[in-house]
Design a protein. Sequence first.
Length: 101
Amino acid sequence: MRKCPFCAEEIQDGAIKCRWCNEFFVEKPAVQAKWYNKTTTILAGFLVLGPFVLPLVWTNPRYSQQKKIIVSALIIAATILMVYATGAMMKQMQDQYKMLF
Ligand SMILES: [Zn+2]
């Protein structure tokens, strides 16, 4: 025997419905992760699409509001870093080009 989490009456261990308050104990099936909601997919998508992967993060039902904000901030930070690194690399290449000629 165990206690009903809703009315605290004694119920059978295998019960799926409380005979006292008629509440059901069946847990909702976990939201099946779609391929585009997987963190690895988002990570791979970011490497290919960059910041264009952000909508996937925002529409992901598996992410909490907090996680969405953190992941978005990380993506934006990484994007800025990548743009900066690309710019620095271009400048370096230009400098080398100038030195050659
Ligand atoms: Zn109950």
